[in-house]
Ligand binder design. Structure first.
Ligand SMILES: Nc1ncnc2c1ncn2[C@@H]1O[C@H](COP(=O)(O)OP(=O)(O)OP(=O)(O)O)[C@@H](O)[C@H]1O
Ligand SMILES: [Mg+2]
Length: 250
């Protein structure tokens, strides 16, 4: 029997003029996994995520996200999945709780439910003490953590995180990675994250995909890619070694 995929693509392609940002992408994300989407700057990672959310239209091919085609039913997808963009935007003159309330209202979450969720997620991301500070005064790490809380307020079963640890200090990074891991293992949320921080990806991801110049050049569990690229005998490997091999061949 074919395994159930929560995200699936068929020759998904995006061109900007003569430039191909994403070239005939075929991938499947399994329910419950943490999938790391890797690749250098300009590889097409963000463009792919935007197509998954119906925020940009594919030039050809298609995607299916939790059973919907995001190009045809963007609202159905957006209602059900979470998305942390590369640059998270907030209302800077509102405090953290007010921002989360606003998002809850947009998502038509009943007030009693949303207040409980807001308390819970502010605590989970470590912002409970800062909940009445204006977001305009937040540091980069605080904004990133509030972004995660905002994504989770809807309690989606699938979330897309575009570079979730960018700009975080080492402690903030570790806490973010632990949080992402626990969302997957304890809350059973499927996580698709893009990154170029390979040691972080190696720490938490079940499978990875490597994009180079719009092409998916590898996909699988890290140990499988290690066997394939570094040879059967090598026990000690880093994702960085594997990645560099693919990168040099591309
Ligand atoms: N709106 C746009 N108009 C024209 N070209 C674009 C647009 N958005 C992206 N591109 C191009 O598509 C390619 C892929 O960009 P994308 O942002 O998807 O890369 P990325 O893998 O997310 O990179 P990074 O790691 O730097 O975030 C790049 O060459 C970029 O210049
Ligand atoms: Mg990007």
């Amino acid at each position: 029997m074919k395994e159930e995929m929560i995200v699936e693509t068929e020759d998904l392609t995006k061109k900007y003029g003569a430039q191909t940002a994403v070239n005939q992408l075929n991938l499947g994300i399994k329910e419950g996994e943490i999938f790391g989407f890797l690749g250098p700057n300009g590889a097409g990672k963000t463009t792919t995520i935007l197509m998954f959310l119906g925020l940009t239209e594919p030039t050809s091919g298609k995607a299916k996200v939790i059973g919907f085609d995001p190009a045809r039913d963007p609202f159905k997808v957006k209602e059900r999945v979470g998305y942390l963009p590369e640059n998270v935007g907030f209302y800077d003159d509102m405090d953290a709780r007010q921002n989360l309330r606003f998002i809850s209202q947009l998502n038509r979450i009943p007030h009693e439910v949303s207040e409980k969720r807001i308390d819970y997620w502010l605590e989970m991301v470590g912002l409970a003490e800062e909940s009445t500070k204006k977001v305009g005064t937040f540091s980069k790490g605080m904004r990133q953590r509030l972004g995660i809380a905002e994504v989770l307020i809807k309690e989606p079963k699938l979330i897309f995180l575009d570079e979730p640890t960018i700009g975080l200090d080492p402690d903030g990074t570790n806490r973010m990675l632990d949080l992402i891991h626990s969302l997957s293992r304890e809350k059973k949320i499927t996580i698709f994250l893009s990154s170029h921080l390979l040691d972080q990806v190696q720490r938490i991801c079940d499978r990875v995909g490597i994009m180079i110049h719009g092409n998916l050049v590898a996909m699988g569990p890290i140990e499988e890619l290690a066997k394939k690229k570094l040879g059967l005998n090598q026990q000690d490997y880093t994702l960085e070694e594997i990645y560099m091999k693919y990168f040099k061949e591309a």
